[in-house]
Design a protein around this ligand. Structure first.
Ligand code: KG4
Ligand code: ZN
Length: 353
C-alpha cells in the first residue's frame, strides 16, 4: 500500500510517500519539506495569512516532488493522509482542499490525521516500535507525556499548564536577540555556554502532579539578563546553556515519575521539534539507562514537522479500514486524548507570533 502524506498545519509545506516492504517493515520512500522560515523571520513568528498563502503556492510542486523522489505517481497511490488539525486553519484548509481534490478526481480514499498522532507514531515508522510505550511529545505548541497503548489509544499523563517547551525556547531566543526559530538558535548558542552559571527554577518539581510549567523560565532568564545589561556574547551563551539544561532536567524528572506510574512499559519515545535537541536527547538517554528503559528518538528530520509521520499514521488507520468523508472540516484544536480536561497551553497549536 503506497500512502501519500500531506502536512500544512503550521509553517512547513510537506509531502511524503510511505509503504511497507514485503515483510511488513515500514519504508519511507520520500520526505519533502519546504520550510517557510524566511517568509516569517522578519515578524519573529509564524503569521497565519502568510503561511496559508505560501502553502498554496508550494503544495502542488511539493507533492510532485515527493512522488518523483519515491519513483512513483498518483496511479500507484492507494490512500492519502492529510493533517486536518490541530493547527492554523488557513494552512490546514490548503492541505485538506488539495487532498479532497485529488481524492475526488482520482478516486483515492483519504484520511484526516491528527498532527499530534503523526508525531506520536513516528517511532513506529522509523524503529518499528511495538505498543505500548511512553511518549514525551515536545513541540512548539505541546508538551505532554502520554501512554500509547495502541492506534488511537492515548492516555495523557501530563501536560504543560502554560507555555509549551518549544515556545520557551522561542521566547528565550527572542529575548536574547537570537531570532526565529528559537530552538535551534538557542541550542547552537548553548554549545559554547556554561550550563552551571545560572540556576533557574523548576516549577512543580516534587509535587504530586506530573504536569510541567515553563512560563516562569522566561521571566527568570529576563531577570538574570537585566542584571547583566549590556550582555556580552558569553553571557548569552551561558544563559542559553543554563536554560537548556533546566529544560532537560524538568523533562527527565517528569518522565521518571511517569515511568514509576507505568511499570508495565519499558520504552520511552520522544517526538516533536524539541526532540531534535541533542542535549535533551542525551539527558533522556541517561534517564533511560538508569531505569532499564529503551529510548527511541527518531532522526532529527523526522522530529520537526514533516509529512512522513502523517503518511504513516494514515497507513496504520487505512489498514484498519478507515476513511474520511468529503465534508471533513479542519480543527484548530484537537487534543490527542479527548477524555482529559483541557488545560490552557495543552492541545493547542496556533500562531507563534
Ligand atoms: O514539531 P514542530 O516542528 O512544530 C510544532 O508542531 O510545533 O516543533 C517546532 C518547535 C519550535 O518551537 C522550535 O523552536 C522547537 O520545536 N525546536 C527546538 C529545536 N528544533 C526545533 N527546540 C530546541 N532545540 C532544537 N534543536
Ligand atoms: Zn509538530
Amino acid at each position: 500500500m503506497y500512502i501519500l502524506g500531506i502536512e500544512t498545519s503550521c509553517d512547513e509545506t510537506a509531502a511524503s510517500v510511505v509503504t511497507r516492504d514485503g515483510n511488513g517493515k515500514p519504508q519511507l520512500l520520500s520526505n519533502v519539506v519546504l520550510s517557510q522560515i524566511d517568509e516569517h523571520s522578519e515578524f519573529g513568528g509564524v503569521v497565519p495569512e502568510i503561511a496559508a498563502r505560501a502553502h498554496l503556492s508550494a503544495i502542488d510542486h511539493i507533492i510532485s516532488q515527493a512522488l518523483l523522489e519515491a519513483k512513483t505517481d498518483l496511479s500507484n497511490i492507494e490512500g492519502i493522509g492529510v493533517t486536518s488539525g490541530p493547527g492554523l486553519v488557513g494552512g490546514l484548509m490548503v492541505g485538506l482542499m488539495t487532498t479532497k481534490a485529488i481524492s475526488a478526481s482520482r478516486g483515492i480514499p483519504y484520511l484526516g490525521i491528527n498532527h499530534l498522532e503523526g508525531h506520536a507514531l513516528t517511532a513506529r515508522l522509523t524503529d518499528d516500535v511495538a505498543y505500548p510505550y511512553l511518549l514525551l511529545l515536545v513541540s512548539g505548541g505541546h508538551s505532554q507525556i502520554l501512554r500509547v497503548d495502541g492506534l488511537g489509544d492515548y492516555t495523557r499523563l501530563a501536560t504543560t499548564i502554560d507555555d509549551a517547551v518549544g515556545e520557551a525556547f522561542d521566547k528565550t531566543a527572542k529575548l536574547l536577540g537570537l531570532g526565529f526559530p528559537g530552538g535551534p538558535n538557542v541550542e547552537k548558542a548553548a554549545q559554547t555556554g556554561d550550563a552551571t552559571r545560572f540556576k533557574f527554577p523548576m516549577p512543580l518539581r516534587g509535587q504530586e502532579t506530573l504536569n510541567m510549567s515553563f512560563s516562569g523560565l522566561k521571566t527568570a532568564i529576563r531577570t538574570e539578563a537585566q542584571k547583566l545589561v549590556p550582555l556580552n556574547e558569553q553571557d548569552i551563551f551561558d544563559l542559553c546553556a543554563s536554560m537548556q539544561k533546566t529544560v532537560a532536567e524538568i523533562l527527565a524528572n517528569r518522565c521518571e515519575r511517569a515511568m514509576v506510574q507505568c511499570d508495565d512499559i519499558n520504552t520511552l519515545v520522544v517526538a516533536g521539534g524539541v526532540a531534535s535537541n541533542i542535549e535533551i536527547r542525551a539527558r533522556l538517554d541517561l534517564l533511560c539507562e538508569q531505569n532499564d528503559y529503551t529510548l527511541i528518538a527518531p532522526p532529527l528530520k523526522l522530529c520537526t514537522d514533516n509529512a512522513a509521520m502523517i503518511a504513516w499514521a494514515a497507513l496504520e488507520r487505512f489498514e484498519r479500514g478507515e476513511k474520511s468523508p468529503m465534508d471533513l472540516a479542519p480543527r484548530s484544536r484537537w487534543p490527542l486524548d479527548g477524555s482529559t480536561e483541557s488545560v490552557i497551553g495543552s492541545g493547542r497549536k496556533g500562531a507563534k507570533v
